[in-house]
Structure formats: C-alpha cells, structure tokens
Design a protein around this ligand. Structure first.
Ligand code: PMP
Length: 405
C-alpha cells in the first residue's frame, strides 16, 4: 500500500471549500480533525435507516441500532488491541474519560498519597488531578520539562516512589507536539505499583496505539481528533481495575437490580455507561476507526513526518519566529511566537488568507507560564495536509509578518 494524499483529500468534502475566495488550508487538526465521507455516511445511514435506542427495544430498528453500536465497540477494541470489549467504555471524550478515572481515584486517595503529572499537561489532565488532590488531601507533583518541551525523565523518575498512586501524562503534547516515551514512563511508574493513565487525545490519530503493549492502566481519547464525531470518546481501562471502579453516573443501563432502597451495578462495560449513550457518535467513531485502519500506517506516519520536517525547516528562514517545542521526537504540531506580533493577530491575518490555525494558551496556561509566554500560534497537521499547504502557510505567515511590522 502507498499513500496518495490527493486521493485521501478527495474523501474529505470540507477540504475542497474556499474561505473568502481562497482555498481552505486547514491546519487546526490538534483542535479537531475533519471527517471523511465514510464517517458522514455512517451517521447519515444511522439517522435515516435505523435510529432507535439501544439495548432495550423489542423491535427491528432497535436491534439494528444495537448491532451497529456494539460493532463500533468491537472496532475500537481491535484498533487499540484491548484485551476485551468490556474494557472499552464510551464517554463524551478525553475530558470525561479522565474525569471518570479521577472521580474513582478521589475516593481512594488520602493524605500522604501522591499523583504525578507533567508540566506539559492540557488542562483536562491537570485540573482534574489537581482537584482530586485538593479533595482528598493527596499531593500533586508536577514533573518538569526542559525548555525544548521534552520531559525531564530523570526528574520524573525521582518524583516516583512508594506513595505514588497515579501517574498521568500525555502521549503527545497538544501545545508542543512532544511525543513522550510512554512505555518507558509506564515501566518506571510500575516499579512502585502506581496506576498509569495516558492522555491519548493527541496520540491516537498518529496511529499504532496498542494498549497492551504500552502497559498503562487507562488510555483516554476523543473521537473527534480521530476523524470521528464530537461528543464521543473512549476510556480504555484494564478489566481487573474497571470491574470495581467506583461508578461515575447512575441511572438506566448500568444497573443489575434495583429496589426503592438499594441498587446493584451491572457488568462492564455498561456499569460505567449510565443513560442513553451517544449512539450515532459511537457508530461514527467505529466508521472512523475502520477508515483509518484501512490506511498504510507507515506511509501515513512518513507523510506526516515530511510535513512537520518541512515546516520546521522553513521556520528557520523566518526572522523573528520562535518555535515553541523542538523536542527530537515530535509530531504534527508547529507552535510558535513572533517577535512584535500577538498570536491572535497572526491568526486573524492567516484566516483572511484561508489558513486556519489555533491561537492562545492551547488549554495549557501553566505550561505557557512555565515557558514565559502568554500563548502561541499553532499550526497542526493531519494526514490530509500537503507540502503545498505547508508552503501556503508560510506565504500567509510572511504576509502577516509584513502587515504587523
Ligand atoms: N488532552 C489533550 C492533550 C488534548 O489535546 C485535548 C483536546 N485539545 C484534551 C485532552 C481534551 O479533549 P476533549 O476536549 O476532546 O475532551
């Protein structure tokens, strides 16, 4: 198999549009990815042919909706190589997945316990643990990064010890693009028997996540960053842990027996999935996983590397452009600040030229403070971006620079 970027682009209807008369150059993929026709068709087909609630109907539509919905769980199970489908819990997204784990852990933590995160966390994987610590009396330890955005692994390791109960870190940093050595970090944490959660929001779309191989206990991700719909995500967790994890939401679907005074919980995965789920979302995510799995992963990764390498190289020629995040192992994300120009102004001028990027604190205020900046402009690449679009980005950036000089 090879990689034909134009053939890929043709499957994303949104990419062929013009913005203010200019071809759309969509470089905000770390915020959310666009959706291929296969995903749009799966959603359309669900709503036009078989919309019904799942698991409870005594009719054909409900049976078919349930079949498609549970098939999506199987697709995700094999995509991440989970041990069983019971380990794949549908959530609203990465944020909810992390909160589900933190909610359960808060009940188990006590003063003297420690939770270790890193300086490069998205708020979803920082505030959640920070609040768990505040509520339980546990201590939050924040492992430092170097100025280039790489984790200081030696210090990270020195923060681990017999009191460490949870270690949580991103697979890939949304603000810096840094790829963390997940397996190595997991092994360090496991020496002390700590639980490990990997925030996979940015890692999942770059392919090849094998949760058993990673060795972590929880892996959280969002469908919308993997070419799927918004409002659906996954918490993968080890069955032995999730089977007893304190329930997060109570209500329909998650119970075994109920009396007016008591209730018992059902089995995984339903015990952690109260209420009517995002049925169409799960089916759409299943379609996204199937679509993505059909690609030549090595070719996708090589293409994405060519994009970020080209962008990093061209950035060197732009005077006054400072890259934020230059780790050796980096993927998909070009965060930067410009001398004498606010990121929001840069973003505004790029937008007028059809180039969509993100500006601001990247949901990582403490990281921005750590780096001594207020925020960045961020171009983030996906598999459907082209080298021509990298060029178009730099043409637009030079224009922004001259206008803001
Ligand atoms: N963690 C990281 C590293 C992210 O990039 C994001 C999304 N920007 C999240 C967590 C939160 O994901 P969501 O908003 O889909 O829940």
């Amino acid at each position: 198999m090879s990689f034909d970027v134009q053939a890929i682009r043709a499957q994303f209807p949104i990419l062929s549009q013009q913005v203010d008369g200019k071809p759309l150059v969509y470089l905000d993929n770390a915020a959310t990815t666009q959706k291929p026709q296969a995903v749009i068709d799966a959603l359309m087909s669900f709503y036009t042919q078989t919309n019904a609630n799942v698991h409870r109907g005594a009719h054909k539509l409900s049976d078919e909706a349930t079949r498609r919905y549970e098939k999506a769980r199987d697709q995700v199970t094999s995509f991440i190589n989970a041990n069983s489908r019971e380990e794949v819990i549908w959530t609203a997204g990465t944020t909810e997945s992390i909160n589900m784990v933190a909610h359960g852990l808060t009940k188990q933590l006590e003063a003297g316990d420690e939770v270790v995160v890193t300086e490069m966390e998205h708020h979803a994987n920082l505030v959640t643990w920070q609040q768990a610590c505040i509520q339980s009396g546990a201590t939050l330890r924040v492992a430092p990064i170097f100025d280039n955005g790489e984790l200081d692994i030696e210090t990270f390791q020195s923060y681990l010890g017999p009191n460490t109960r949870m270690v949580a870190f991103p697979h890939v940093s949304n603000a810096l693009g840094t790829v963390n050595p997940v397996k190595e970090l997991v092994q360090m944490a496991k020496r002390y028997g700590a639980l490990v959660l990997v925030d996979g929001a940015q890692g999942i779309a770059h392919g090849g996540v094998d949760v058993q191989d990673l060795g972590c206990d929880f892996y959280a991700f969002s469908g919308h960053k993997l070419f799927g719909p918004t409002g659906i995500g996954v918490l993968w967790g080890r069955k032995s842990i999730l089977a007893d994890w304190p329930v997060w939401l109570t209500g329909g679907e998650m119970i075994a027996d109920v009396t007016y005074q008591t209730a018992t919980w059902g089995n995984l995965p339903n015990r952690l999935e109260a209420g009517t789920p995002h049925i169409a979302g799960a089916i759409g995510l299943g379609a996204a996983v199937e679509w993505f799995s059909g690609l030549d992963l090595a070719a996708v990764q090589a293409h994405e590397k060519s994009l970020i390498d080209a962008a990093m190289k061209q950035a060197q020629d732009i005077e006054g452009m400072r890259l934020i995040g230059t780790a050796a192992n980096k993927v998909g994300i070009l965060s930067f600040v410009m001398d004498n120009a606010h990121p929001a102004d840069v973003g505004f001028i790029l937008d007028r030229q059809g180039v969509a990027i993100r500006t601001g604190d990247n949901c990582a205020q403490p990281l921005m403070n750590r780096l001594g900046i207020n925020g960045t402009a961020r171009a983030s690449f996906s598999l459907y971006n082209t080298l021509d679009e990298v060029d178009a980005f730099f043409v637009a950036l030079r224009k922004a620079q001259s206008m803001l000089a």
